[in-house]
Design a protein around this ligand. Structure first.
Ligand code: TMP
Length: 209
């Protein structure tokens, strides 16, 4: 029995987490066994890693950041994602390896070959069956984050508009390279319109597996 591995990606403020919760609810209502998880922080160790480097005022070295995302992912893949897939579950993760390509590769400027090597080590080759990229204009995303000002922002939320523009371009490059796996969804529309398209794409994908 093999489950299905779906990942959600987008720049901060894209609304992907709202969509992820709506999708999980729709799938559960139709009787599917769904595991919702996230990166970083999908496991107890991952939560500690997340806290240590995202919720800190310390100056975090970009290489340390790259490796800490990878450490979180290695634990996540082995302890949570692979066992759930082996049990036939649908795993939906709020971010996965494409985030490292977009944020650390395109955003921070790490060499893409190095980033891919680190990802290959951390994931041991596990790739999502489907990735949904919630595409939003970085200006709109930054406005949304400012609006959410009441929440505690993490270190990455405080990055600049230029940074998010590079991250978005990084994601769009993946979309161009892997159009079957990596689907782009216009996240500038209403929550319901986006949810409808998301569910349609996922159902179509699950029917094929
Ligand atoms: P989030 O849980 O609110 O999405 O915050 C996690 C932050 O970490 C977000 O700004 C994206 C960033 N991130 C990376 O830079 N690289 C990664 O590999 C992952 C998984 C997240």
């Amino acid at each position: 029995m093999k489950g299905s591995f779906i990942t959600f990606e987008g720049i901060d403020g894209s609304g992907k987490t709202t969509q992820l919760n709506k999708l999980a609810e729709s799938l559960r209502n139709s009787g599917r066994d769904v595991l919702v998880t996230c990166e970083p922080g999908g496991t107890p160790l991952g939560k500690e890693i997340r806290k240590a480097f995202l919720e800190t005022k310390q100056d975090v070295e970009p290489l340390a950041e790259l490796l800490l995302f990878a450490a979180d992912r290695a634990q996540h893949v082995q302890h949570l994602i692979r066992p759930a897939l082996a049990a036939g579950r649908i795993v939906i993760s709020d971010r996965y390896a494409d985030a490292t390509v977009a944020y650390q590769g395109a955003g921070r400027g790490f060499d893409l070959e190095l980033v891919e090597r680190v990802i290959a080590i951390a994931t041991n080759g596990l790739k999502p069956d489907l990735t949904l990229f919630f595409d939003i204009d970085p200006h709109q995303a930054v406005d949304r984050m400012a609006f959410r000002g009441e929440h505690k922002m993490n270190r990455m939320d405080l990055e600049s508009l230029e940074f998010y523009t590079r991250v978005r371009e990084g994601y769009l490059k993946i979309a161009a390279a892997e159009p079957k796996r990596f689907r782009v969804i216009d996240a500038g529309r209403s929550v319901d319109e986006i949810a409808e398209e998301t569910l349609e794409i996922v159902k179509e994908n699950l029917a094929r597996v």
